[in-house]
Design a protein around this ligand. Structure first.
Ligand SMILES: [Zn+2]
Length: 176
């Protein structure tokens, strides 16, 4: 297993549209394992392949309290089941240190393949509905900050830049 580097906003590669996965082979399974490890390491609850610069329709997620229930969504299709939208405070491993409220439909249908390539259909609400829509956006080159005002986007960019600078300094100190 390996921890993969995560792209940070406003990296233009985060705007890439992901291609469908053709076959769930050993290479994809390896990527799934690495993405799950990367997600846990970064203390995230979801990660799209786009964020690790792999532009295929693959999402990993773990909404459990003890990080013991990783889930995989391959070639997912997400359809809102209600028009009702609710705000939820979102964050993103590609936009570190930034949190803001985004409105999304509260119930969705998910059609996808699991980590073994087996198709499944599921209705989701609550955190799963929020999270799958957030990750789906990544596969379409969209970030949650795109829903915010220009001013907030500029602030988010500055905040990420600052965060990355501090982290880089810390890593250099650790090496020294
Ligand atoms: Zn994200």
């Amino acid at each position: 297993m390996a921890i993969l580097p995560i792209l940070s906003y406003p990296d233009p590669r985060l705007r890439t549209i992901a291609e469908p996965v053709k076959t769930v082979d050993a290479e994809i399974k390896q990527l799934i394992e690495d993405m799950i490890e990367t997600m846990y390491d970064a203390k995230g609850i979801g990660l799209a392949a786009t964020q690790v610069d792999r532009h295929i329709q693959l999402i990993v997620m773990d909404l459990s309290e003890n990080n013991d229930n990783p889930r995989v969504f391959i070639n997912p299709k997400v359809t809102p089941l209600v028009e009702d939208k609710k705000p939820y405070e979102e964050g993103c491993l590609s936009v570190p240190d930034v949190y803001d409220s985004v409105e999304r439909p509260t119930r969705v249908k998910i059609e996808a393949l699991d980590g073994e390539g087996k198709p499944f259909v599921e209705e989701a609400e609550g955190l799963l509905a929020v999270c799958i829509q957030h990750e789906m956006d990544h596969l379409n080159g969209v970030l949650f900050v795109d829903y915010l005002s220009r001013l907030k986007q500029t602030r988010a960019r500055d905040k990420v830049k600052k965060y990355l600078k501090v982290r880089e300094r810390q890593m250099q100190q650790n090496k020294a």
